[in-house]
Design a protein around this ligand. Structure first.
Ligand code: SAM
Length: 412
């Protein structure tokens, strides 16, 4: 390995160390920004003894994990089966025996990699896969994936922990760069990884990081359920004291698209059509078939209406851009879905329970969509009390974009 490669690896491992100190399991796949963990932790600090905490939009299970670390019961739902798997692995309790058997599985795996007698799995059928990984990296990942299958039992704690380390590795070896909200590719010739990087070492470092997080078991419990937040009584049992959640933002970002490398490698996706179908079920999804369906989407008669929504919808539809109608449909459907979600909350809330929605506003072609005010209006229209919006932070260089905490209480 050349000096540049060694320095880069050292820097990465310093970074890993610092991140681990701050984030533990929260940072397993580097998908959860540290500030999100902080916001959730600070909110949870306000509620002493919040026994049952619900997050209807699990994502990387920040709320459920934070609740479990405080000794509470954290329950969370997501429409994406990959995130449900990840959330279950993050909130699980790992015994010393689980950690030790994962270490033994790693040793067997490394032996097999060095012996070179593993039959590689097929590379996943991702569009333009060569853009993601060099030939060498792809070959290594196919062999590593095969070794994990052979050296750990399906659905065991060892398998989950090895697969999380595999997920870290596939991103470390890729040409993808994670910006704040979405993923992009490094230009050719500016690959993230030095050509002669030690891929086996990168995997082992990733696993070390994962195992350190796994050692620190939460005192409470976490339950992660696959289901639709538009129909909560069918998905979760009992009632909750506190809801802390960050719903999808109305910003056309597709979580399925962003997570596709993990989802394809782990077998949660095997074609673009299914990816689009899944995105269509997700609130705010816009990938593939989800976009084509949006063009013909008709808002139902009892859809959510509000002057703060009608005005931007009209301006966007009549504006000069050619996608105005599609975009207006996207926004109308988004609020329709969020309204269905909020309507499904009442049966699962205890009287006097508190809610916090961490949500950002949006700007489309210079037209501001006051998402936080619309959330507040929706909650008020459904009988929630003490509804309040407070700005938490500025989101990026666009001066209008902020993140808000929209809070309320349920009188029951
Ligand atoms: C902003 S993310 C949540 C971020 C999360 N707080 C975290 O820390 O990672 C929104 C999540 O909502 C999920 N989602 C979208 N539509 C959904 C639906 N109808 N039911 C349940 N989850 C949904 C997405 O899959 C995504 O994981």
């Amino acid at each position: 390995m050349n000096t540049l490669a060694r320095t880069e690896l050292r820097q990465r491992s310093d970074y890993t160390h610092r991140f681990n100190e701050q984030a533990g399991r929260h940072g397993w796949l580097r998908l959860t920004p540290a500030y999100s963990v902080r916001v959730v932790d600070e909110l949870m600090d306000r509620y002493d003894g919040a026994a049952r905490v619900l997050d209807p939009f699990c994502g990387t299970a920040t709320t459920a994990l934070s609740a479990a670390y405080r000794g509470y019961e954290g329950v969370t739902t997501d429409i994406n089966p990959f995130l449900v798997w990840l959330g279950q692995a993050k909130t699980a309790q790992y015994s010393n025996a689980d950690i030790a058997s994962t270490q033994r599985a790693r040793e067997r795996l490394i032996c097999r990699l060095r012996q070179g007698n593993l039959e590689p799995v097929k590379a996943p059928p991702m569009h333009n896969i060569k853009r993601w990984w060099s030939k060498e990296a792809l070959k290594f990942l196919c062999v590593l994936r095969a070794g994990i299958e052979e050296e750990s039992e399906a659905k065991s704690p060892e398998r989950d922990l090895l697969l999380i380390a595999f997920c870290r590795t596939l991103i470390d070896l890729s040409n993808a760069a994670f910006n704040h909200q979405s993923m992009s590719f490094k230009e050719d010739g500016q690959l993230r990884l030095p050509i002669d990087a030690d891929m086996e070492h990168i995997f082992c470092e990733g696993l070390r990081f994962v195992l350190r997080g796994a050692e620190n078991n939460p005192g409470g419990s976490g339950k992660v359920v696959l289901g639709d937040a538009k129909n909560l009584p069918e998905v979760v049992d009992g009632q909750f004291d506190l809801v802390i959640t960050s719903p999808p933002y109305a910003n056309r970002m597709s979580y399925i698209r962003e997570l596709r490398p993990y989802m394809y490698w782990l077998g949660f996706l095997d074609n673009g059509r299914d990816a689009g179908e899944l995105d269509w079920c997700a609130i705010g999804g816009t990938w593939g078939v989800a976009t084509s369906r949006l063009s013909n989407w008709e808002s139902p008669q009892l859809s959510f209406n509000h002057p703060l929504l009608d005005a931007p919808l009209r301006e966007i539809t009549l504006g000069k851009n050619k996608n105005g109608k599609l975009l207006a449909n996207y926004i109308a459907k988004y609020f329709n879905d969020i309204s269905a979600h909020m309507k499904s909350l009442a049966p699962v809330l205890k009287s006097g329970s508190k809610l916090h929605y961490i949500v950002g506003n949006s700007v489309f072609y210079g037209i501001l969509l006051p998402v936080e005010k619309l959330y507040a209006a929706l909650l008020e229209s459904l009988g929630f009390e003490d509804v309040d919006c407070s700005a938490i932070r500025k989101r990026n260089s666009k001066k209008e974009l902020f993140e808000f905490d929209v809070s309320a209480s349920w009188p029951g």
